[in-house]
Write a protein that binds this ligand. Sequence first.
Ligand SMILES: C[S@@+](CC[C@H](N)C(=O)[O-])C[C@H]1O[C@@H](n2cnc3c(N)ncnc32)[C@H](O)[C@@H]1O
Length: 337
Amino acid sequence: MPALKVPKREAEPVKRKLKKLGLYDGKRRPRRKGEFVLLPVTDDPAVRGLGYEVLPLELPLRPERQIYKNLESVLAERLTPEELKHLRRYDVVGDIAVVQIPRELRHRVDDIVWGLRKVHPFLKVVAQKGFHEGAFRIREYSIIWGERRLETVHKENGVEIKVDLSKAFFNPRMKGERYRLAQLVRDGERVLIPFAGVLPYALVIARYKKVKITAVELNEDAYRLGLENIELNRKRLKGEIEFIHGDAFSVLRELPTYDRVISPTPRDVDALAITLSKAERWLHYYDFIHEAEIEDFKERIMEECSRQGKECEVRVKKVSDFKPRVFKVCADVRIKG
Ligand SMILES: C[S@@+](CC[C@H](N)C(=O)[O-])C[C@H]1O[C@@H](n2cnc3c(N)ncnc32)[C@H](O)[C@@H]1O
């Protein structure tokens, strides 16, 4: 895949434009080169019409893609090039690999398990994932190899997170996002996290910052795991975490306001009004939005801000792919004054 050589100060706007045109290759990492940035682009003739030099250069893959590539190269020994095209991205949670096996590869399950164990020799379980179900966002899984369990301890951002994929939601792909938020939070802040799950956001933030966090979760299993996670990480945490078991929509009504609210909102739940009403300076609100509706989403937030008499500034960041052209996004809402 080629790279576009762009002056450093133009890199961000050009990157946005490339993304809009579908010409940016998000699987690869950009690279600095003196006063220039090399942006990874797709092999599309349209990149040549943008007025920048196009270099024939393979920029390195992002780490999560690199792992996937490793599996692809290992499996090249056993699968045909046509079969390799059907391989999907997978996750590793603790010592469990979570895979999706499309219809075209069902006859290759043993080979895929073999490949995964070669790339990750520490694996104890390989599970196939189904869909997220119900308000607690728990997936269906079937174990296709190894020990019959979906409980494990996952390490991320300097904390250990006990999870049980059969009982509570957990998404390892949000690692970078959790780190981003931990960097934004300042020592001394009071932070509210409704929809807290097994506490991944709270743990990572408290690991790095001396803060007071109040977290709320309705699923009793997630709540119990979250309490265990506080104990598991007790010695590493700079901040304090108070964990409340209950329905965020009723619990939040009884709570005061906070410097910052982080809402990893479950899909199809609208918690904008209540979470914004609890935020004094910042709200980070997650939702699933079609690319074409990002401006409407921003507008909806601005309308809610004026309804609540708050002067706000909103930036929406795409956090991960969800479906074609639908993204998990985070609205970073700054409340002025
Ligand atoms: C998308 S998950 C996020 C979990 C966690 N923050 C994470 O990132 O791993 C949403 C969480 O909200 C919880 N939940 C759903 N409805 C809730 C409610 N009314 N009150 C509190 N928690 C709720 C679910 O059980 C789930 O753990």
